[in-house]
Each structure stands twice: as C-alpha cells, then as structure tokens.
Design a protein. Structure first.
Length: 84
C-alpha cells in the first residue's frame, strides 16, 4: 500500500483543490486590476463592497445587485471628490 503525503483522503484532496482554485482566482483578479486608474479602482471596490453588504443584508441576488450598483456609484463619487 503506497502513502501519498499530499492526498491522505478524498476529502482532503477536495479541500486542497478548492484552496488552490481560490488562490488562482485571487491572483488573476489582482493582476487584472494592475492597470486601472484610482477612480476605476474606487468604483470597483465600492461595487464589490456594496454587493457583499446587499447580499448579506437581504439574502437575495437582487439585493446584491442593487448593493453593487449603489456601491459603484458611491465609489465613483468618492473618487471624483478626492481628485479635486
């Protein structure tokens, strides 16, 4: 019987693959934001935060969408005022 230290059980393999997938997605996401202006970055951060808050508060996809829209507008406006 051979023993592999990387995969000790099927459940462990699943979680390692999930962790690797999340790390890869985060790396690609951060690399995609490298060329953005400060205003674009503020808009994206606002939209993301709004989507999370809207989704958590309402528990629905529609709430997350409304939160993302509101957060994007707020992030954009904050960046406008910061640039003055």
């Amino acid at each position: 019987m051979s023993y592999s230290p990387l995969i000790s059980s099927p459940g462990t393999a699943y979680w390692r693959l999930a962790l690797l997938s999340v790390a890869a997605a985060a790396t690609l996401t951060l690399a995609g934001c490298a060329g953005m202006s400060a205003r674009e970055t503020s808009t994206v951060v606002g939209a993301t935060a709004g989507a999370v808050v809207g989704g958590v508060v309402t528990g629905t996809t529609a709430g997350a969408a409304v939160g993302a829209a509101a957060g994007g507008v707020i992030g954009n406006e904050v960046a406008k005022k910061r640039d003055r």
